[in-house]
Design a protein around this ligand. Structure first.
Ligand SMILES: Cc1cc2nc3c(=O)[nH]c(=O)nc-3n(C[C@H](O)[C@H](O)[C@H](O)COP(=O)(O)O)c2cc1C
Length: 325
């Protein structure tokens, strides 16, 4: 049974990539993930502000005339997160043999972009950009918000020669057009659908902010599955399913919908890394039952099922809502 897949210029042994999270922040954890069967890893994200510290440190070397400024900048930027991140990339590449993708959490096309090159030099096999934008500015049109995706990916693609993946938010009034047009720019080598943002909740005793739950469940699969199915035939760039993928069967659904591969996080937090081994077995069992030998044998076959596709296009479904009293 061949589970391999070509993704971002690499041959992955199977379609399960471990997404960016705390589980991908140290070499010992990365080794366990590789041992359990992960085909690639996306390292825990570095925030653009952490990279900017490096930029300001460089600038401070030229501010000898203003020692106060230099001191301030050095004090602000002494946690060396960027250097530590480069060390993580280097040591991941030395210790595991699956592809290692660096991840940057960004919201502007600022100075940090030049430093993406250093991640490439440290050995990153690709860069995944997690563009975090909440469209809550009352004065910004959707075009204002969406222009950042174009600016950031254009500049990063120019700065590096490794592939660039874009982890998308589902917050866009014109999501299909946005992804289609981003795909045309050729500045994005893969779209990851979708990021799962911090979910705010309220503690009713203290009236303080609390987390509404970091981890997903299988019920959260629907949104990503819907968009993978709706976009993957028209958009020629690779699409990765992410969010709510908890079982091997969830992976199969994403491939049937047209995903190139998937990213998994919560299921590994909940069940441990050996869960990956079980998911792979489940994929193989399903393929065997259907007599498929490779993922290409069934990737995107749901596109031929017109009635099913129409169901994924509906957000009001009388058949399901109307019958419940
Ligand atoms: C504890 C935790 C930490 C995460 N940290 C990051 C991060 O640093 N960068 C990022 O792009 N996504 C991060 N994510 C989001 C995951 O990569 C993933 O997109 C999300 O959890 C949805 O996948 P899942 O349903 O398999 O959990 C994090 C998720 C969790 C649960």
């Amino acid at each position: 049974m061949d589970l391999s897949v070509e993704y971002l210029g690499h041959k992955l042994k199977n379609p399960i990539i471990v997404g960016s999270c705390g589980l991908t922040s140290s070499v010992s954890k990365l080794k366990s993930l590789e041992k359990a069967g992960a085909a690639a890893v996306v390292l825990k994200s570095l925030f653009e502000e952490q990279i900017d510290q490096e930029y300001w440190q460089e600038q401070s070397k030229n501010t000898f005339d203003f020692p106060d400024v230099a001191n301030y900048i050095n004090a602000y930027s002494n946690d060396k997160s960027f250097e530590k991140y480069l060390d993580l990339i280097k040591s991941a590449k030395e210790n595991i043999s699956i592809p290692v993708f660096a991840s940057i959490n960004c919201h502007s096309a600022g100075n940090w972009i030049d430093y993406a090159k250093k991640m490439e030099e440290a050995g990153a096999d690709a860069i995944e950009l997690n563009v975090s934008l909440l469209p809550n500015d009352f004065d910004a049109t959707s075009a204002d918000n969406e222009k950042f995706y174009f600016e950031i990916t254009k500049k990063v693609k120019k700065a590096v020669s490794i592939p660039v993946a874009l982890k998308m938010s589902s917050y866009s009034a014109g999501l299909a057009k946005l992804i289609k047009e981003l795909s045309w720019t050729k500045n994005v080598d893969s779209f990851v659908l979708f990021n799962r943002y911090f979910r705010p909740d309220i503690d009713l005793d203290t009236l303080e902010l609390k987390s509404g739950g970091l981890l997903s469940n299988s019920g959260d699969l629907a949104e990503s599955l819907r968009w993978v199915l709706l976009l993957s035939k028209t958009v020629k760039t690779d699409i990765i399913g992410n969010t709510g993928i908890h079982t091997g069967k969830d992976v199969v659904k994403q491939i049937l919908a047209g995903a190139k591969a998937v990213q998994v996080v919560s299921a590994i937090y909940i069940n441990g890394e050996e869960h990956i081994t079980g998911m792979l077995k489940e994929i193989e069992d399903w393929m065997e039952s259907k007599k498929f030998n490779s993922l290409d044998d069934f990737r995107g076959t749901l596109h031929k099922k017109e009635e099913l596709k129409k169901g994924f296009e509906r957000i009001q479904f009388m058949k399901y809502y109307g019958s419940i009293e």
